[in-house]
Every structure is written in C-alpha cells, then in structure tokens.
Design a protein around this ligand. Structure first.
Ligand SMILES: Nc1ncnc2c1ncn2[C@@H]1O[C@H](COP(=O)(O)OP(=O)(O)OP(=O)(O)O)[C@@H](O)[C@H]1O
Length: 261
C-alpha cells in the first residue's frame, strides 16, 4: 500500500529536550485525522515534519511518496497545504483577502509583482466562497475577525490543490459561533471525496468535525493511541493522554469531553 504519510520512528531533539520520541504514524488516502494532545505534547512539531517544513533528528518521514532528505522540498511543499498560526503571523495585515489566497499559488505571503492568471483569481474566489468569506475579498486581512481570518487561511491552504492538508489548531481563539462555522466548513471539506487527505490539530474534542475518521493521541512526544475515532477516542485513552479523569461522549457526529465527577 502506498501511504500519503508514512512516519517511522521519528525523533526530534532540541538540546536536552526530546520533543518527539519514536513516533510511527501512517495515513492512507481518503482518511481524515485529528491529532489530539495537551499543550506541549509535540503536535505542532509533528505537523511541521508532515508538511515537509522540518526534518526529524532521526527516523524516516515519507510524504506523498517522497522521503524527506532525499527529495526536492520545493516540489513537495505545494502538494501539502498548511494553515498554522506561524504562517498567519507572516501575512501582512495590509494584504487584501483575495491576495492572501492568491499568493499561495507562488508559495509566498505578501504580494509583490507576480502576475496572476484569471484562473488563479477565479480559484481564489471559489475557495473564499467555499468558506463563506468571498464578500470580504477586497478587505484587508488585518481588518478581519479571528474567525474570518481562520477561514481565509484555510481557503489559502487549498489554493495549490494539495493532496494533503494540515490544519494546525484552526479553532484557537474562536468564539462559539466562530468555532461552529469552522467545524461546519471543515466537515463539508471532509465529506467531499475530492478533498485532500485532512489532518486537524486541536486540544478540544468538541472541534472534531463530523466526517473525521481517525485520531492520533500524542502524549509527551510519543504516540499514546492511533486509529479509528470510535476505537481510540475512549474516556480511558483521553484521560491518560491529558492526565486527568475525563468522560467522552459521542452523538450526532460530534464529540464532547468533560471532567469525571
Ligand atoms: N526549538 C525548541 N527548543 C526547545 N524546546 C522546544 C523547541 N521547539 C519546541 N519545543 C518544546 O517542545 C514541546 C512540544 O512543542 P509543540 O509546539 O510541538 O507542542 P504542541 O503539542 O503543538 O503544543 P501546544 O498545544 O501548546 O501548541 C514544547 O514543550 C515546546 O516548548
């Protein structure tokens, strides 16, 4: 079988700190994964490796059949969409929303002198429509609400028509309405068979969109559980991953967790 993502014995060390410790993770075509773990568990580091933005200290990472260290990253990166806080920080506030999305075609943030094809502009508008923010196309990014920004960033991450899409904490900082809008939009993406393979990083099981199929639980840089959501996202597994006693419930395609009494 050919994997979209095949990470084998991945370790990342920085000084004395082991951030990821022998992580094995395989993601197949058509799957939609959520990566859960408490603060500092190593989620963002793992996503950076999966996006081809960071090399592990040891281990083998194969992304879309390209092995990190043996492949041209400039060819690989457009095939992997990434929406993350660190990328959002690099988007100039004065950039128009349309350009925030269009510039992804060139792998840059901040428009300079690139000339865009009509097709690029049409695709950017279509993606903004998909996330219900096309009416904001002429606004500057800096004037958007946090929820609007998150949806524009996901639209941007789809601009190159990636085969793998990584969403690193898209729900962070959103109010209830913003979170529900985002869950709805990502759920629509998840239910479309032509969508890329999806990986969503979150701290909150309430943010898992209907249509997601698998979960990777990370604890202290190691895999604490991985597999189909219904099998792995149990009260016991979540409690030990987060280090407190939790009760997990599932209904209507959504998940909730609360502290056990
Ligand atoms: N360059 C570095 N040097 C030392 N420690 C680092 C470095 N980068 C990350 N870390 C540490 O590695 C751990 C994992 O970081 P990472 O950002 O991957 O976790 P995370 O699960 O995404 O956390 P959060 O949920 O808080 O965003 C954290 O304790 C962090 O402080």
């Amino acid at each position: 079988m050919s994997w979209v993502l095949d990470l084998s014995d991945i370790t990342v060390r920085r000084g004395a700190k082991t951030i990821l410790d022998g992580v094995d993770w395989k993601v197949a075509e058509g799957e939609r994964w959520v990566v859960l773990g408490r603060n500092g568990a190593g989620k963002t580091t793992l996503v950076q490796i999966a996006a081809g933005r960071m090399h592990p200290t040891s281990g083998r990472a194969t992304i879309l059949d390209q092995e990190l260290g043996k492949t041209d990253l400039f060819e690989l990166r457009p095939r992997v969409g990434l929406a993350s806080a660190s990328l959002a920080d690099r988007i100039p506030g004065s950039e128009s929303v349309l350009d925030v999305v269009q510039t992804a075609a060139y792998g840059v943030t901040g428009r300079w002198r690139e000339a865009y094809e009509d097709l690029d502009t049409e695709r950017a508008h279509d993606l903004l429509k998909l996330f219900d923010v096309d009416q904001l196309a002429d606004r500057t990014f800096g004037t958007l609400s946090e929820g609007e920004r998150k949806r524009v960033q996901i639209a941007r991450s789809l601009m190159t028509d990636p085969e793998l899409l990584l969403l690193d904490e898209p729900g962070a900082g959103l109010d209830l309405g913003g979170r529900e809008e985002l869950v709805r939009a990502v759920s629509e993406l998840a239910s479309d068979p032509s969508s890329p393979v999806l990986v969503l990083v979150t701290h909150h099981v309430e943010e898992i969109p209907p249509g997601f199929t698998h979960v990777l639980l990370l604890k202290d840089g190691a895999v604490h559980g991985a597999g189909p959501l219904e099998e792995v996202l149990t009260s016991d597994n979540l409690s030990s991953a987060f280090g407190l006693s939790l009760v997990v419930a599932h209904g209507g395609g959504r998940w909730v967790a609360r502290a056990a009494r």
